[in-house]
Design a protein around this ligand. Structure first.
Ligand code: BES
Ligand code: ZN
Ligand code: ZN
Length: 492
């Protein structure tokens, strides 16, 4: 789908969608078009006042087909509200039977935004909501799909410029959603690497560590998870070094389990569904690096994605196995389904030894219980640094979808990870506080003085029902949040 901002002063033809604020009547640009007051009369006849969720489709005497979409009144921050409005319009878009559609935003001209423009935010939300993944559908849809969205604008240049940076983020979200939607047979670790190479990100150096190289480095936790699978593991490294040479980079680590069967602790049938998206943290890191590079931010950012499959075979890790991690600590594998923390531990350690970051952020579909805690509303945030926590919270508040909520890292959770045979167990005793003990496990692999945050996105990586700015399926959670974090850092 393409977006175009156009100054359309001539007579309007085709299909047009117009958001209408509650009680504001026909949008100004359409009043000009509405010589016979068709729209005004249709609104009255259909009792359309612009309340959120109201729709009214009208065929004008000129042949123009107008769908008025009630959007209520601005709630909360206008920037995110406008994105939600755009997301709502995306649902209208799905019922349009034309390849081109116009959007008239003049009904929102009183809505003032500080940065970018109202039309740009609306278009961003529209893009987020209009996503679909149908590469494997061989049957063409009977109705044509919208290919071009023309946003009528009084200042197309300003809107275009404002949308450029939002488009970089939108693209990153799409890439993350695409990667997470790919089934495991199509996107094992090696193919994930190939897919990232194919993105040809500007100013991003790609490096890939294979099994042999990881063996040399002692990344035994990662390799143990991978050893039951026929697919070889990789560590994908993305380096974006556009900051000052002397500035320590921010290291992002995203969980890249291309399929999580649970291993020897095999998941029950229902829990195996959608376990292809257990690499969504990794996908978010890829999307973020691409967005950051497209925005040309003057920062040093490293993205790491440990890529494995967690499978069951005669070579798979046993429960009770004791493995020495890259940082020297020994780990008892009390449950092979707690594999995410194992691959992250080695990747995080590698990231710190290699790049000496001040800030380390990991993002992972780590614990299923997040869904019980938050539904699909929030991801969990754990951090050892208040400043980093508030910076992430601030960035999160500026996004429409990527909401996070901090959970505590009480020191007593550490005791629950004790093992009779090794330095650490990979699960907490008794199974209590599953998300916090997982976070505490990771904290064991954070070097002294490093500011670290862990985002558990198991609750939000996949939706079973549509939301305005995220159709059901993979959400690309984390791209908006992390990119906004870097944008704010740039402006600080
Ligand atoms: N990938 C899962 C977590 C998950 C579950 C993500 C559901 C998305 C949806 C993770 O590797 C896992 O299996 N975690 C276990 C931890 C347990 C063994 C301590 C879990 O959540 O049950
Ligand atoms: Zn698991
Ligand atoms: Zn997993």
């Amino acid at each position: 789908m393409k977006f175009e901002f156009k100054n359309c002063d001539g007579v309007l033809q085709g299909t047009l969608i117009a958001p209408v604020l509650e009680g504001m009547g026909v949008p100004p640009r359409l009043v000009r078009e509405d010589k016979e007051e068709t729209l005004a009369r249709a609104m009255t006849a259909q009792n359309f006042t612009g309340k959120k969720g109201e729709f009214c489709t009208v065929l004008m005497p000129t042949g123009l087909c107008v769908t008025l979409a009630g959007v209520g009144k601005p709630e909360g921050a206008v920037e995110t509200w406008l994105q939600t409005v755009g997301g709502t319009l995306a649902t209208v878009l799905k019922s349009v039977r034309h390849k081109e559609v116009m959007i008239c935003t003049s009904g929102l001209s009183d809505v003032k935004v500080k940065t970018a423009t109202a039309a740009a935010y609306l278009t961003f939300g529209l893009g987020l909501g209009a996503y679909s993944f149908d590469v494997y559908k061989t049957k063409k849809k009977e109705t044509p799909e919208v290919e071009l969205v023309r946003i009528l604008s009084s200042d197309p240049e300003a809107d275009e410029t404002a949308f450029e940076s939002l488009f970089a983020v939108l693209n990153g979200v799409y890439e993350a959603r695409d990667l997470s939607s790919e089934p495991a047979n199509m996107l094992p670790p090696a193919e994930f690497v190939e897919a990232v190479k194919a993105l040809k990100m500007k100013n991003v150096t790609l490096k890939v560590l294979d099994k042999k190289q990881m063996q040399k480095l002692g990344m035994n936790l990662l390799l143990t998870v991978a050893q039951g699978a026929a697919e070889a593991p990789y560590l994908l490294i993305m380096e974006y070094m556009k900051g000052k040479k002397e500035d320590a980079p921010v290291v992002l680590v995203g969980k890249g389990v291309c399929f999580d069967s649970g291993g020897m602790n095999l998941k029950p049938s229902a829990s195996l569904t959608h376990m292809k998206y257990d690499m969504s943290g990794g996908a978010a890191v890829v999307g973020t690096l691409h967005a950051v590079s497209e925005l040309g931010l003057k920062q040093n950012v490293i993205g790491l994605v440990p890529l494995v499959e967690n499978m069951l075979s005669d070579r798979a890790a046993h429960t009770d196995d004791v493995i020495q991690s890259m940082n020297g600590k020994t780990v008892e594998i009390a449950n092979t389904d707690a594999e995410g923390r194992l691959i992250l531990a080695d990747a995080m350690w590698y990231g710190q030894e290699t790049y000496h970051p001040q800030t380390l952020i990991d993002i992972a579909t780590l614990t299923g219980v997040m869904k019980y805690v938050f539904g699909s509303q929030y991801a969990g945030l754990f951090t050892n640094d208040k400043g980093l926590g508030s910076a992430l919270k601030k960035a999160s508040d500026e996004t429409v979808m990527d909401q996070i909520w901090e959970l505590p890292l009480h020191p007593d959770y550490e005791k629950m990870l004790s093992s009779d045979i090794a330095d650490l167990s990979n699960i907490g005793k008794g199974g209590d506080a599953g998300s916090a003990t997982a976070a505490m496990f990771l904290k064991n692999f954070v070097a002294d003085g490093v500011k670290w945050a862990h985002l558990d996105i198991a609750s939000v990586g996949w939706l079973s029902a549509d939301k305005p700015c995220a159709p059901k399926g993979a959400t690309g959670f984390g791209v908006q949040l992390l990119t906004q974090y870097f944008i704010n850092r740039e402006n600080a």
